[in-house]
Design a binder for this molecule. Sequence first.
Ligand code: TGC
Ligand code: FAD
Length: 385
Amino acid sequence: MEDFLLLDNQLADDEIILRDNLRRWVDAEVIPKMPNAFEQAIFPKEFIQQTADLGLLGMTLPQQYGGSEASYITYGLACQELERGDSGLRSFVSVQSSLCMYPIFRYGSEQQKQRFLKKMAQAKLIGCFGLTEPDAGSDPASMKTTAKKVAGGWLLNGTKMWITNAPIADLAIVWAKTSEGIRGFIVETEFKGFSCNEISHKLSLRASATGELVLQDVFVPDENYLPGSDRGLGAPLSCLNQARYGIAWGAIGAAMACYEKAVEYSLERKQFDKPIASFQLIQKDLAEMLTEIVKAQCFNLQLGKLKQENKASAVMVSMAKMNACREALNIARQARNILGANGISLEYHIIRHMNNLETVFTYEGTDNVHHLIVGRHITGISAFE
Ligand code: TGC
Ligand code: FAD
């Protein structure tokens, strides 16, 4: 779509090249497949290897661990383009990169990094991230999953709910309560006592595999304990900062797709002998949609620069995620309205994005949670206590 505020001037050449290559791939290979994948509720398996071949898995990590040391802006642009295709595709990449490779990179031993990261970058191993439980969503500190120290390892018991990639995963980063607080574990899905139940009947993020993890006396050897995760809840929350950053870019990608479709449609569709784009109320909606997209793009760009300099705080990331998801959902709804009845057809893509964005609005911290994180920053008073 139009670069209204000439933001490309602020991007490096390699960032523009990657974005444009990815844009072509998403247009050619992803978008045509998504209506059917969404309707059938399948995550197209070919995307797994293709995203690895495109260098999208763990791209910000050092080369020795399979990454390409890409800038955070590059990662953001990748999330934007992927979610222009479908939120489920961006979710797959987010979870593998930010929620599985990142904790191994940040909290894992050298042996764990050597064993897992390159294979994950090549999509030879797929990960999922288990924090949420049936009774612990916004408040992960109340989790019930436990890890008990035994000779040579740990015994894990509990259930994790709503876990992206779980049905296709080879390993799960599981967060559990030990006698000393919350810690992270690399649970290989072939471990005895581990099982996964796929969650069906979702009407949002349908082209994404979601599951429930059940852990019944799963023995996890010491070598799969994340030794650096001994900072309690802060460890999983630091991974969420990475993923929430990608979501802020991704949600705007979905919004861009909806906006572009709405502009195109409003110019073609005639009522009262005129293109509906000529009606003032439609123009007002389009103007609002473009304005919010450009505002969020500016926010993301500045946040990406700060993240690259290690100056992006968690509250900045929360504000970006909150704003991008809310505005993307509003834009999708406005676009849906502009397409009238066609707005609800999968053929026009908008209803798919709109339904997906309902999940994106909720996961990785709900809209309310992010408002309260920002509110805590403003007032110094925590609404969670
Ligand atoms: P609180 O007292 O605020 O903090 C506990 C400790 O954690 C530290 N901390 C952070 N560290 C790094 N990054 C952050 N964003 C952090 N937020 C907090 C904090 O400094 C403290 O450290 P210490 O050393 O003082 O102990 O904790 P709280 O229990 O009051 O909770 C705060 C709250 C509600 C904000 C937090 O629990 C929260 O963010 N809840 C939302 C849960 C959530 O986002 N779940 C997401 C699950 S994963 C997912 O949805 C994946 S979807 C993937 C996909 O498909 O793309
Ligand atoms: P709840 O926490 O029960 O919240 C319900 C409502 O109450 C919300 O509106 C919330 O904002 C509000 N609320 C709660 N507390 C407060 C408060 N203090 N003040 C004001 N309002 C409040 N989790 C993972 O761990 N890994 C994954 O890979 C993953 N993937 C997901 C994929 C999908 C498709 C979905 C839908 C979810 C996924 N999640 C995942 C779970 C997601 O992170 C949680 O759904 C989310 O954190 C909210 O938790 P909850 O659904 O239990 O809602």
